[in-house]
Write a protein of this length. Structure first.
Length: 857
């Protein structure tokens, strides 16, 4: 194949270097100040001649994107020493920040009066523009604080004060929760039930100045006040390690209550709390429950509260008859009753609730990153499959749900099934979903046009099969709504090569689809868990594409919470599978916090995670034998490439003990680096002294006398080189052997989860960029397959000026046909051979469809 040429363009938002020495900067400023004084008259004369002014020059410098705790005007934070960040905006060249000043007050007007400021940093000589901590008096629950920042640049110019920003504190003490946990008096014993709807009527007696709602649930919740949905967040309160950390949210609801009679409705869904998770239900509890505290501040300064307590009512006779992340939603529109939001509605027949004595000690403020709506995608076409199915094609694999409009008779049932692919015959295909239904069942209200979108489920899909939709299908009546955590794009990558651009496009969409409150492995089948290895191998890519700081800080808090007392780690976080960690999976405890620090310079997070990082390394140290890790590596180099003719994959199978020892060394290295950065000198010395011993144990166990690895796979060499395990004198030959291995596979990678993230880093580090590039792109080859109990069909398209090797598993030469012809009769076939239990074909360009009966011996 001829070489593929491409040019590259990328962009990433990068803050000023937080590690720069402040003293050096001060001396540089002194030097520049003397230069300015020496040439003052010349500069002034030039400015006058040019018709410029000093004020106009200053206006070229301003503060942009001010944030508190990485958020714009956050509401209900729980951080008692919040940090401020900002960017500089200027069209001048060579500008850096020389100093900053921050001021904080309890009102916008107080910011203008020095005597009423709560805190003022004064002019601080520093180029730090991220994570600058608040340094004033203790902050109070519920209080809103206002702040501004200004900066000086390296030319001595000062910016105007930024626009006024604010943040608001949450409830910092559990004693401030007057609300009681409530649930339906009728127990469900964990069985699937319709979504309960809780109702409370209340009266607002005076003119409203402000109002806040503090709310959370066991399960997911949607709140309505006087018939209007509160907030634009979905799947709240989010997924955390609920028994240890349950987030609550704060909503500004000033516009919702009115003077006089009001009604609030709260609908709960199963969600992660009691819905299906992997192969289980009710992982965290069997019953839905609600905690609700509405605080209304009157203009006269007094306050009224509406809390969840025994006076509420509840019904299970609402429209959401079933809702589950895996299976979908059943919605009976005939049961949706707008009268429920009317104060005059008689709810006496609704069931009573009971108060629950549930601790509030696990309540934590939300991380401020919520699942929200994003792109709205229209179908590109309506397909009628060979089986006669009506299928909408949205043209993009995405995560979310479908909103649709229909006019039908009352009781008509419409079913939507969601899938990612069609099979090779063009029919709807869901086998890859395993036990997840991904199904919407909508029972029509009747009486005219009606519109529906789901509430407590999401799907991974491109195709939607319609059943029961009346009349002709107008694709304009359907919209796929993309849902994911609201994390802004920070990096983009584009080249002149369409395949590379498509690869980046796919990566970005995969990230959006798998970043729905928790970093997951998949968004469609019956899994969707926070696998630790998936998170750690993807973190750096994720941080390039988007600002994942708060998103991952939340996940790391759950990783810390779910860590076992021994220091061992679970393989999924939040931990819903049980069991202990595996090498490379459990090492997320060290890899993610360190890479987080490298990407975001967030020393506070590194400090917060340090004891967890250390505990994991100490667990490995205590359980090691002869300085060799005994940690299970049951997943090994997960999903490594194992062609059938490669001794059943054994040549690409990396020794699991080698993997475990390599990651033991790497995690120890990272803890040593963290200890050094955090000033923990004793720990730093301990781990620095441990490293040579661990590396020597690796050498003794896994490296031969002539420098070969006893498990000579691509992954083994990649780990030994990337983690700097091999001594300097062996590294060049190890890199050469890695390349020889790649060449032996005709420039294909055999690495899996463990080796792939580091492969190209190693190749480029040791001067084999050309090999890395050959690995990246091989051309546009299409394959498809369909498998039944007694028939395998494999289709492949090979572009012109290209040849390919195709392996047909569980096949014999005599059984394989192409276009109803035996292999001996087909054109384009260069060679055919039996290779173990597979048939190995060498083909020229063209499209081929092979059919055979699988051999299951």
């Amino acid at each position: 194949m001829p070489p593929v040429n491409a040019f590259f363009a990328w962009s990433v938002i990068e803050p000023a270097n937080p590690f720069k020495n402040d003293d050096t900067l001060k001396n540089e400023n002194d030097f520049r100040l003397m230069k300015r004084l020496s040439f003052a008259s010349i500069l002034i004369g030039w400015l006058i001649a040019a018709g410029s002014s000093l004020s106009a020059t200053a206006q070229d410098l301003s503060v942009a994107a001010p944030k508190c705790e990485n958020l714009h005007n956050p509401l209900g934070i729980g951080v008692t020493e919040p940090r401020f960040s900002w960017k500089l905006s200027t069209e001048s060249r060579g500008i850096t920040q020389a100093a900053y000043e921050i001021k904080v007050a309890e009102s916008p007007n107080a910011l203008k009066q020095r005597g009423k400021l709560l805190w003022q940093s004064g002019k601080v000589q520093s180029d730090q523009s991220i994570h600058v901590p608040y340094g004033g008096p203790a902050l109070q629950s519920r209080q809103r604080y206002f702040w501004q920042v200004r900066v000086w640049d390296n030319r001595g110019r000062v910016s105007p004060w930024s626009d006024v920003q604010h943040w608001e504190m949450g409830l910092l003490d559990t004693s401030l929760w007057n609300a009681r946990w409530i649930r339906a008096a009728q127990t469900t014993d964990g069985k699937p039930v319709p979504s309960p709807v809780f109702r409370k009527a209340f009266t607002v007696e005076k003119e409203i100045a402000d109002a806040r709602l503090y709310v959370t649930a066991h399960g997911l919740y949607e709140v309505a006040l006087n018939g209007q949905r509160v907030g634009d967040y979905y799947f709240t309160p989010g997924w955390t390690s609920y028994h240890k950390r349950l987030q609550y949210q704060v909503f500004d609801v000033k516009q919702h209550p009115r003077r006089g009679d009001n009604v609030t409705l709260v609908t709960l869904g199963d969600g992660w709390y009691r819905g299906r998770l992997f192969s289980r239900r009710n992982v965290y509890g069997k019953e839905h429950a609600l905690l609700y505290q509405l605080e209304v501040r009157y203009k006269d300064g007094s306050m009224a509260t509406v809390i969840s307590d025994g006076t509420w009512k509840v019904t299970f006779d609402g429209p959401i008859q079933a809702a589950d992340h895996y299976d979908g939603e059943v919605y009976d529109a005939r049961k949706a009753d707008s009268r429920w939001s009317a104060p005059a509605y008689d709810a006496s027949r609704w069931e009573n609730v009971i108060e629950q004595d549930i601790s509030k000690a696990n309540l934590v403020a939300s991380n401020g990153v919520f699942v929200t709506k994003h792109e709205a995608v229209k179908p590109t076409r309506l397909i009628v499959t060979p089986k006669g199915e009506k299928v909408l094609d949205f043209g993009q694999n995405l995560v979310g749900w479908v909103k649709f409009t229909v006019a039908a008779q009352a009781g008509d049932t419409i079913t939507l099934h969601h899938a990612e692919v069609l099979d090779s015959a063009g029919n709807f295909y869901t086998a890859n979903l395993k036990d997840a239904k991904q199904e919407i069942v909508y029972i029509c209200r009747g009486g005219g046009e009606e519109t529906y979108e789901p509430h407590f489920t999401f799907h991974g899909f491109r195709y939607v099969r319609l059943q029961g939709y009346p009349g002709d299908v107008d694709i304009e009546n359907f919209t796929a709504q993309v849902l994911h955590s609201d994390i802004p794009v920070t990096g983009k990558f584009q080249t002149s090569n369409p395949l590379l651009n498509q690869l980046q496009h796919n990566i970005t969409w995969s990230q959006k689809g798998n970043f729905l409150d928790v970093p997951t492995d998949c968004p469609q089948r019956d899994e969707r868990l926070g696998w630790t290895a998936d998170a750690q191998v993807f973190f750096n890519t994720a941080a390039f594409n988007m600002d994942v700081s708060n998103f991952f800080a939340k996940w790391l808090a759950d990783l810390r919470a779910d860590q076992f007392k021994s220091g061992n780690m679970p393989v999924v976080v939040p931990n819903v599978r049980g069991g202990s960690g595996s090498a490379a999976w459990a090492d997320a405890a060290t890899i993610v916090p360190w890479n987080f620090f490298v990407n975001y310079a967030d020393q506070r997070l590194l400090e917060t995670q340090y004891e967890s990082m250390k505990a994991w390394v100490e667990f490995m140290r205590k359980t090691s034998k002869n300085n060799l890790s005994t940690i299970s590596s049951r997943y090994g180099d997960w999903l490594f490439y194992s062609p059938t003719d490669d001794r059943y994959g054994k040549a690409a199978l990396t020794d699991k003990d080698l993997i475990a020892q390599a990651f033991y060394i790497y995690s120890t290295t990272l803890v040593a680096k963290a200890a050094e950065r955090l000033g923990k000198e004793s720990d730093y010395r301990v781990y620095q002294q441990l490293l040579p011993t661990l590396k020597q144990a690796f050498m003794d166990e896994f490296v031969t006398a002539n420098g070969r690895l006893v498990s000579p796979t691509q992954t083994a060499y990649v780990l030994a080189l990337h983690f700097d395990i091999l001594p300097e004198e062996l590294r060049e030959q190890a890199a050469r052997r890695l390349v020889e291995n790649i060449e032996s596979y005709d420039y294909h990678l055999t690495t899996g989860f463990v080796g792939t993230p580091y492969l190209n880093h190693v190749l480029t580090r040791f001067g084999y960029t050309d090999v890395a590039y050959k690995l990246l792109l091989y051309g546009d080859i299409h394959t498809a397959w369909q498998y039944t109990a007694d028939r395998m069909e494999v289709s492949v398209t090979i572009p012109p000026n290209t040849s390919a090797t195709v392996l047909l598993p569980q096949a014999t030469l005599a059984d394989v046909q192409e276009s109803n012809q035996p292999l001996t009769a087909i054109k384009g076939l260069k060679d055919a051979a039996q290779s173990g239990d597979a048939v190995k074909l060498k083909l020229g360009s063209g499209t081929y469809t092979f059919v055979y009966k699988p051999n299951k011996k």
